[in-house]
Design a protein around this ligand. Structure first.
Ligand code: FAD
Ligand code: FES
Length: 277
């Protein structure tokens, strides 16, 4: 086994725009990973950032990255042919093996659809292994929806509902063409049928995960049937430095995917609950 502190290099092949500040980057090789795992991505002179693996096992590596700072900004300035470093894959992903025969509700907000893409493709590839599957996806406005083309494809295999927070006068040009729902993603819980006795996979901004969790609990979901993928400040990515520690656990190694039941047991302080309850 190689040294997990030493990055290996990947070459960028092409880039697809998702939104104004978010792009999907396609690289030259496959990574042996499970849906929901992440990489530590490094650009020489800028540092490292944890980024979820967007590709399924049979695709070359792809990463969907929003430009928010140092490293992600440097990745956005890369051109096809440029190389960057990766370490990993790290972490525990979505518990798909435990979902065999079960119904699933996937709830995503904004760029939170990116860490769920590999799980969605795995489910579609072995569709017969699962019961009813619904994907509820919310974005702030139509132009902020990512993986737009694929959403239509996925709708052939599962119940896909997409909503936007706002479509008002101010956004008339964009919103006149919008045919989906309007309202935050949790409003879909009352508008559409949630597969019976389903397990929920939730990923999005902390405030969205918090409200989605609360609303699911109100609708009879138990904490062990709600999984969230958490974002915390990370350095090593593999349980060595303690940066991402919550209670006695490490988000990088023991997560980033946790059931709410596990999380509630481990979290010791109210601020550690951010993005969960
Ligand atoms: C497991 C995991 C998976 C993730 N997956 C993805 C993914 O798939 N795609 C994706 O785009 N992101 C993902 N992220 C988030 C990403 O890692 C962070 O956004 C990361 O901080 C980006 O690094 P950066 O160097 O570009 O940004 P930074 O330079 O670290 O900046 C990040 C944010 O912090 C603010 N900031 C920076 N320095 C300061 C300061 N001194 N004071 C106040 N604010 C400051 C910036 O304004 C910015 O809003 C993931 C995170 C985790 C933990
Ligand atoms: S990032 Fe170092 S322990 Fe999690």
């Amino acid at each position: 086994m190689g040294n997990s502190y030493i990055p290996s290099s990947v070459r960028l092949e092409r880039i697809e725009e998702e939104t104004d500040d978010t792009r999907t980057f396609f690289f030259d090789r496959k990574i042996d990973s499970r849906p929901g795992q992440f990489l530590e991505v490094s650009v020489l002179g800028y540092g490292e950032a944890p980024i979820s693996i967007n590709s399924s096992a049979d695709e070359n590596l792809r990463l969907t990255i929003r430009s928010v700072g140092n490293v992600t900004g440097a990745v956005h300035r890369m051109k096809p042919g440029d190389e960057m470093g990766i370490r990993g894959p790290f972490g525990r992903g979505w518990p798909l093996d435990e979902m065999e025969g079960k119904n699933l509700l996937i709830v995503a907000g904004g760029i939170g659809l990116a860490p769920l893409r590999a799980a969605i493709l795995d489910i579609i590839r072995s569709r017969e292994r699962y019961g009813n599957v619904a994907l509820f996806y919310g974005a702030r406005s139509p132009e902020l929806i990512i993986h737009k083309k694929e959403l239509g494809e996925w709708a052939k295999e599962m119940d896909v509902k997409v909503t936007v927070d706002v479509c008002d006068e101010y956004r008339k040009d964009i919103c006149s063409a919008w045919k989906g729902d309007v309202g935050v993603v949790t409003t879909l819980f009352d508008k559409y049928r949630i597969p019976e006795d389903s397990t929920a996979f939730v990923c999005g901004p902390p405030v969205m995960m918090k409200f989605a969790t609360k609303e699911l609990l109100k609708r009879g979901f138990t904490m062990d049937r709600i999984y969230v993928s958490l974002e915390r400040h990370m350095k090593c990515g593999m349980g060595m430095c303690g940066h991402c520690q919550i209670g006695g656990r490490y988000v990088c190694k023991d997560g980033p995917v946790f059931s709410v039941a596990e999380f509630v047991k481990w979290a010791e302080k109210p601020e550690e609950m951010e993005g969960v309850l």
